[in-house]
Design a protein around this ligand. Structure first.
Ligand SMILES: Cc1cc2nc3c(=O)[nH]c(=O)nc-3n(C[C@H](O)[C@H](O)[C@H](O)COP(=O)(O)O)c2cc1C
Length: 235
């Protein structure tokens, strides 16, 4: 019991399962080529559909590729990126300052060192970045869009949806990586999938089965301690 008389949370099985999913999910950057069976993808989508949204608008629409669809998409994307400047439906970060800059640098260093890229080797890091547009070899990509009329909160709802999708996939042994990098080719995505102009690309999620032997999937990113992000106000 706590001093409020409310039973203290125990390590119930639901909490343990959630903790396991949250701690074991990572962004996968090397996939095996095998397709994920349709019924497994359908289950991920069914679970993710439980995501809450403002006024229950459920603004997400999801376009998913498989087989030849993925191959055509990635081939065209890599070509597009080489000849077009970045153009996204939502503003990309203007600047990384202070702790944001430090955290960003730390995870970039972890990524580069996992694949043997020396600090400052710009050519090699650019090549690693280009792997985004090959979907890191994933057999599927999901493009998540919102409706322009819902503004920022439509994108927030889609962000929640993305996390539900990641955790649902994790619960089924499917590896994922959310990718804002692809949102920088919004024109290509609109044209490739014939998306109406009202749909705004929030991000992509590449998914499939993890290549667990690849060192790029072995590093683990850190998290700030709760004390540094939460302020309690008691009186
Ligand atoms: C909205 C969003 C967009 C992201 N975009 C990219 C991306 O374009 N490329 C990439 O390699 N990782 C991307 N990531 C993955 C993050 O780098 C990763 O979540 C973060 O470093 C924490 O690591 P973890 O997912 O392994 O826990 C994105 C993550 C989120 C939530």
């Amino acid at each position: 019991m706590t001093d409020t008389g409310i039973a203290a949370p125990d390590t119930s099985s639901a909490e343990r399962i959630l903790a396991t999913l949250l701690h074991e999910r990572i962004s996968c950057r090397a996939f095996l080529p095998h397709q994920v069976p349709r019924q497994v993808i359908a289950r991920i989508l069914e679970l993710a559909q439980q995501t809450p949204s403002w006024c229950n608008t459920q603004p997400w629409q999801v376009t998913i590729t498989e087989g030849e669809g993925t191959e055509r998409f990635r081939t065209g994307l890599a070509e597009y990126v080489r000849s077009h400047p970045q153009e996204s439906d939502f503003d990309f970060p203007r600047e990384y300052q202070g702790e944001h800059k430090l955290r960003r640098r730390e995870c970039a260093m972890q990524l580069y060192s996992s694949v043997g890229i020396a600090p400052g080797d710009r050519a090699a890091s650019a090549e690693q970045t280009m792997k985004n547009f090959d979907l890191f070899g994933a057999p599927h990509v999901a493009i998540v869009t919102t409706h322009e009329a819902l503004g920022t909160y439509g994108a927030v709802d889609c962000g929640l949806y993305v996390d539900s999708f990641l955790l649902a996939a994790q619960s089924l042994g499917v590896a994922t990586i959310p990718q804002a990098a692809l949102a920088g080719s919004s024109r290509y995505i609109h044209d490739f999938f014939s998306l109406s102009e009202e749909r705004k690309v929030v991000c992509a999620i590449s998914f499939g089965y993890a290549d667990t032997e690849n060192p790029v999937n072995r590093f683990r990113t850190s998290r700030e301690s709760v004390d540094n992000v939460v302020e309690w106000v008691s009186q």
